[in-house]
Design a protein around this ligand. Structure first.
Ligand SMILES: [Zn+2]
Length: 360
């Protein structure tokens, strides 16, 4: 087990072992409650969880002192190198020929061209777009591969090549509105993946669930007026970016469950159980995209919620249960925030392990 900054790695191992037991119990309940066609069981048993990432993500240089930094990728690389994750199918997040075409599903051409003009320049030093959002020489490739990871993940889970997928990407995406980069985000990675599932594969109902501590104003903006697109979020409020009130409802397809500073796992689970899961179940998605930010962790320096690894395990299992019921288990999870390196690595580990167990 790679040792991370002096934390006891046995704690993670114990959590993962406990998690495996929970998954077995979940599987047993599934067998008892929901008889399935034998071929479906055989197919899902043979499919693995896909991990998409790329070395270019560390080349997106946000400059000294920026929380959304390359070390986030290195911390996750380190934890996912453990033998527990040997069953992952690992692929590079691709630089696809069609990536700009798919970006246009969520953003106007003017935004794409603006980002190209800003980020594709040979920048000597990291340059601020706004107070938070920085581009550097490596940003243009990283931003397009972050989108490309989501596209490849959607292809894989819908074509039955993977049970589910985790995209270990940066820059993150959920703050990027249709025509505006902000909050470390250039393109709305998760929304693009969801719209691509519909455009390319005919998914009729696409859901995004976002448990990053910040509200995904960008995803909400892009999904706002389409009843076949679903967006649900837990987030601390008030906090950046300021959106995410309960009364922001779109056309009844937006489900915000704000939490208060110092809320912890109990309040988080209650919000998910009462306000997100029933709505998601009623919606019945053909594919579930997860905006997986881990900055609601109690150790995170950017926010004030008090989640722990077990809460990320719990929510992943809950979402996997709904995906199993409605969308053949199809989940594409995309990394968003998470700025304490230990908490990020450990939370990502339990999330990915839960995806692996859900797919097996
Ligand atoms: Zn965040």
């Amino acid at each position: 087990m790679p040792r991370m900054d002096g934390r006891d790695p046995r704690q993670l191992q114990q959590l993962l072992l406990a998690k495996t037991g929970a998954a077995l119990a979940l599987s047993a309940r599934r067998v008892n409650m929901a008889p399935q066609i034998p071929e479906q069981n055989a197919a899902s048993a043979s499919m693995a969880t896909l991990l998409l990432t790329h070395p270019s993500f560390v080349e997106h240089d946000t400059g000294p002192g920026h929380p959304e930094r390359a070390d986030r990728m290195r911390a996750i690389d380190k934890v996912l190198a453990h033998e527990i994750f040997a069953g992952l199918v690992r692929e590079e997040a691709p630089l696809r020929d069609d990536v700009e075409e798919q970006i246009l599903l969520a953003h106007p051409k003017a935004h794409l061209e603006k980002m190209r003009a800003i980020a594709a320049r040979p920048l000597e030093h990291p340059t601020h777009i706004d107070g938070d959002t920085v581009v550097s020489a490596g940003t243009w490739e990283a931003a397009r591969r972050a989108v490309g990871g989501g596209l490849a993940a959607v292809d894989a889970v819908i074509e039955g090549k993977a049970a589910n997928a985790f995209c270990q990407v940066r820059p993150p995406g959920h703050h990027a509105e249709s025509d505006r980069a902000m909050g470390f985000c250039l393109f709305s990675n998760a929304a693009i993946a969801g719209l691509y599932a519909r455009a390319k594969h005919g998914a009729e109902r696409v859901a995004i669930v976002d448990f990053d501590v910040h509200h995904g104003n960008g995803t909400q903006d892009i999904f706002w007026s389409d009843k076949d697109l679903f967006y649900a979020s837990t987030h601390e409020m008030p906090l950046f970016p300021g959106t995410g009130a309960v009364n922001e409802r779109g056309v009844g397809n937006i489900h915000n469950a704000p939490l208060r500073a110092r809320d912890g796992g109990e309040q988080f689970r209650e919000a998910v159980e009462s306000r997100i899961l029933p709505a998601l179940h009623n919606f019945g998605p053909d594919i579930l995209i997860v905006s997986a930010g881990f900055d609601a962790h109690q150790a995170d320096p950017l926010a004030n919620l008090r989640l722990v690894e077990a809460d990320y395990l719990w929510v992943t299992e809950k979402l996997a249960g709904i995906a199993q019921r409605h969308s053949k288990g199809r989940i594409v999870s995309m990394l968003e925030g998470g700025y304490d390196l230990n908490a990020l690595a450990r939370s990502t580990a339990v999330h990915v392990k839960a995806l692996m167990d859900a797919g097996s």
